[in-house]
Ligand binder design. Sequence first.
Ligand code: SAM
Length: 276
Amino acid sequence: MQDRETDGHRARKRFGQNFLSDPNIIRKIVDAIRPQPGELLVEIGPGLGAMTAPLIERLGHLHVVEIDRDLIARLHERYTPEQITVHAGDALKFDFSSLTAMPDGSPSADREPALRIVGNLPYNISTPILFHLADFADQVKDMTFMLQKEVVMRMVAEPGTEEYGRLSVMLQYRFRMGRMFDVPPGAFRPAPKVMSSIVRMAPLPKDQLGAKDSVLFGQIVTAAFGQRRKTLKNTLRSFMTDSDFEALGIDAGLRGERLSLEQFVAIANHCSARAQ
Ligand code: SAM
């Protein structure tokens, strides 16, 4: 498990460092993002700056969140404060809403969501970072990420498929998602072992979400996929009785992977209504 050197930097496995090096792929990704001058855009994990430079060129100014101190030092050397704001630290703990707050620090509740988030995400933290980012959906206009293809397939999976699970339901509940194109391992230094994909996520308007209680919805989805081989009758025992399932016309003998997003919403709303 040796780290290898790229552009004088020893790639760190613990930070999921695989740097994009194919100029055609870099251009294709930046074109897919379509950055417009003056937009509020944040890049997670700029690394050696493969996407950072073309993003700054098109936007004028870019925010980045980077954890690796050596890479942070390079960013400060290469770019001026007019070009880049470097947020040094862990993206999993970063408060993305701080970027959209008004000058007096109050949240921008009644403005159009303006924040755009992009990144070739560190693959070792892909699922937690997606859940962390989902918390800021209200402030976000869109997000474009590169992830392992296998994770992207789970994000966009349909009910009844092997890939369909908690990640699919929780993200499809909050975002409209589309897989854009795949990127082969050869586009990176060092090359990862797996294929990657670009995915775009656009938050759905809040009034379209359907569940009256989003927390309860999340608890039900988590329980339904907690033990994949068990039926809904078992996994949702603490939420639903046989007659609750009957009232909704849902077969309690099914497994969670057969239920559509709308059926999960119906279960959550049935439980909220019953609790009142
Ligand atoms: N964007 C660069 C590229 O495409 O060449 C680098 C991508 S590399 C897959 C992931 C980047 O995320 C690295 O720069 C790494 O240091 C950074 N990173 C890893 N974990 C992070 C975390 N928790 N918070 C912020 N950045 C992180």
